[in-house]
Design a protein around this ligand. Structure first.
Ligand SMILES: [Zn+2]
Length: 346
């Protein structure tokens, strides 16, 4: 991938990582400050070796394979959009800076800072998550975070001296019920204890229990409120003698469709219309790196990748005709945004 950007004259910096793949920051040397940031991820949710078991295949108008839509196709699209601009004599591609990260699927904990650093001073952020199944781009995303509750109790034989035990499982059960009571789907709050672990024998009062929690919120206020409520809940135990250790936070802020984002969407929509694409925007519950740039107040559009579906599953597919369509859309959007800024300045 690095040589493909270098062929276009970009300078690629590799940011080495210990536990995940390396991140790339890509800048054109003619620019002191590029106006557009493109964010795309290189990691997939699949185990190493999946591509050997289930290689890239084409059936009819669809392509299949691990990560084909989330988001290998987007990476292809980005490279060819920049190349298209260069080959057609537009210097707009030089005004793009890119961050390609390798930990998006696990929350971007090592690349968040890099994205935020690169986003500083940018006029726009374009995020390359796939378009929705119906071709919509994304202007709104819920924020999300993960929490872990680890309960420490006291083991005891449940037949001989149960009164000496302090059940970590019982304590966790109280918390699970309370956590699920925080759900408010109508207002975009969802709290799900998705995995529990605990105990080691059916006739032993459990000494440990762990709950893993996924939290989604629609607004910044809800994020604070949920963090506060979960912390308060875990500050005291319902089963006396048990102790609770809470870790985690809302790590991705919500992407809220504000006026700046709505205005940028109108630009994208208009460019789309000129290409014969009728673009709609939509919101989604899933998190992405768009949340970071949007939370910084930078007009951000997500879902600018090609069209496909069933991401994270064996049935993941790319709608092949959309690859060229969305690549051209991306190229024209970049060109339009750069032109608009030039005319504004002169
Ligand atoms: Zn993705």
């Amino acid at each position: 991938m690095i040589p493909l950007f270098e062929q276009l004259g970009f300078h690629v910096t590799t940011i080495s990582q210990e536990t995940v793949g390396d991140h790339l920051r890509i800048i054109h040397p003619t620019q002191r400050q590029a106006s557009i940031l493109i964010v795309a991820h290189m990691d997939t949710v699949f185990e190493p070796g999946t591509a050997n078991e289930r290689p890239f295949t084409i059936k009819g108008t669809r392509a299949y394979g691990p990560g084909v839509i989330d988001m290998k196709a987007s990476l292809v699209s980005v490279i060819y959009a920049l190349r298209y601009l260069k080959e057609n004599g537009s210097d707009a591609y030089q005004h793009v800076e890119l961050v390609l990260n390798s930990d998006e699927e696990i929350g971007s904990s090592t690349s968040r800072q890099l994205i935020e650093e690169a986003a500083k001073g940018k006029a726009y952020a374009l995020v390359m998550e796939p378009a929705r199944r119906d071709g919509s781009v994304v202007t709104e995303r819920r924020g999300n975070g993960r929490f872990t509750i680890e309960v420490h109790g006291k083991a005891a034989h449940s037949g001989i001296e149960p009164e000496k035990g302090r059940s970590a499982i019982e304590e966790l059960a109280h918390k699970i019920v309370k956590l699920h009571e925080l759900n408010d789907h109508e207002h975009g709050i969802s709290v799900n204890v998705g995995i529990i672990e605990g105990g080691n024998a059916v006739n032993t009062v459990s000494a440990t229990a762990i709950g893993h929690i996924d939290v989604r919120v629609a607004t910044e206020e809800q994020a604070e409120e949920m963090e506060h409520k979960i912390e308060t809940m875990c500050a005291s135990s319902d089963v006396s003698g048990t102790e609770i250790e809470l870790t985690g936070d809302i790590s991705r802020p919500p992407m809220v469709k504000n006026e700046k984002i709505a205005r940028l969407f109108q630009v994208v929509k208009k460019v789309g219309a000129e290409l014969g694409i009728e673009l709609k925007d939509t919101k989604t519950g899933g998190g992405s790196d768009a949340s970071f740039t949007a939370a910084m107040g930078i007009p951000t559009i997500d879902g600018l990748g090609p069209v496909g579906g069933n991401a994270h599953s064996e049935k993941e597919y790319l709608d092949i005709p959309s690859l060229t369509e969305r690549t051209l859309l991306l190229a024209k959007v970049i060109e339009k945004l750069v032109e608009d800024r030039k005319t504004k300045r002169s």
